[in-house]
Design a protein around this ligand. Structure first.
Ligand code: CP
Length: 310
């Protein structure tokens, strides 16, 4: 079987197919077993990953670094670019050329939509989009779909309710597009009125004939939800006045969770601020601090393995 990820950049989920997701799913399972049995191996020895993060990150940065090291590779970790020549005015294009001479794969986070595609267009090596502004976060969406599949199998016939500031949330943009590959999935998208679903995502879902509806109040949907995906208000992408208006609009607490189906899941790709009460962390539905978080390492190991090895 050919490996469609080999030496390819991952900038958007747009071109991924179901077979690609299944390949990531199966490779992720192998990575979990590898880590559980041996902690890792040396299959990426002498390969180098450059992590160029122009925005803060805990999970994406650290899990890619951990993934590379668990597979025997080396790293150029730049958490914040203020000590690179970007601070002297070097362009993103030249930065891409430089790091693609030193590394075998670039993992890039940047606040501007389209910026990671620009890096990719100027890089001799594959580039993974670790989040470009309010646009996409493909590796997070793969983590999320793998997590959903490990609970439900192929996510056909399940009801996924995403809530929060979907106007600025790149992981749910990418995840919604991936879910469009599974006919029969029901998608409910609930946002405060001031931060609606991005128009390009609405159009994408319509074009793919996804069964989706938009809401402002999600509470009636809770008993018929299989996956409740909670998001943070992205304070860093909005005016202070808008943040003050919408913060705290939605909060998942034990009372809401008590109305959820047995076997349903609560997901959040983190960081969580106050949109899920701490009392919910120990609910059987809550997997944001366990399976979903663990998968961030295993899926990124799978991606690096697939991109760097034929
Ligand atoms: N989920 C996620 O992207 O987290 P970080 O911003 O901490 O990388």
């Amino acid at each position: 079987m050919t490996n469609p990820f080999y030496q390819k950049s991952l900038i958007s989920v747009d071109n991924l197919k179901r077979a690609d997701i299944e390949l990531v799913f199966n490779t992720t399972r192998q990575m979990r077993e590898l880590v559980e049995k041996k902690g890792g191996d040396d299959r990426l020895k002498r390969k180098i990953l450059a992590a160029l993060f122009f925005e803060p990150s805990s999970r994406t940065f650290s899990s890619f670094i951990s993934a590379m090291q668990r597979l025997g590779g080396g790293i150029i970790p730049l958490p914040g670019m203020s000590f690179t020549s970007i601070a002297k005015g070097e362009t993103l294009q030249d930065t891409a050329r430089v790091f693609s001479k030193y590394a075998d794969v670039l993992v890039v986070r940047h606040p501007e939509p389209g910026s990671v595609a620009l890096v990719s267009n100027n890089s001799e090596k594959p580039v993974i989009n670790a989040g470009d502004g309010i646009n996409e976060h493909p590796s997070q969406a793969l983590i999320d779909i793998v997590t959903i599949m490990s609970r439900f199998g192929n996510p056909e016939k399940i009801h996924i309710l995403m809530i929060g500031d979907l106007a600025h949330y790149r992981p749910t943009n990418s995840l919604s597009k991936l879910l469009a590959l599974f006919p029969g999935v029901r998608l409910s998208l609930a946002t405060p009125a001031k931060v609606p679903l991005p128009e390009n995502i609405r159009e994408y879902l319509k074009a793919k004939n996804v069964d989706f509806r938009e809401y402002n109040d999600f509470t009636d949907l809770i008993p018929e939800t299989d996956v409740l995906y909670v998001t943070r208000v992205k304070k860093e992408y909005m005016e202070k006045s808008l943040y003050e208006e919408i913060k705290g609009s939605y909060k998942i607490d034990k009372r809401i969770v008590s109305r959820m189906k047995k076997g349903s899941l609560i997901m959040h790709c983190l960081p969580r601020i106050d949109e899920i009460a701490r009392e919910v962390d120990t609910s059987p539905q809550s997997i944001y601090l366990s399976t979903q978080l663990e998968n961030s390492l295993f899926v990124r190991m799978a991606l690096l393995d697939l991109i760097l090895r034929k």
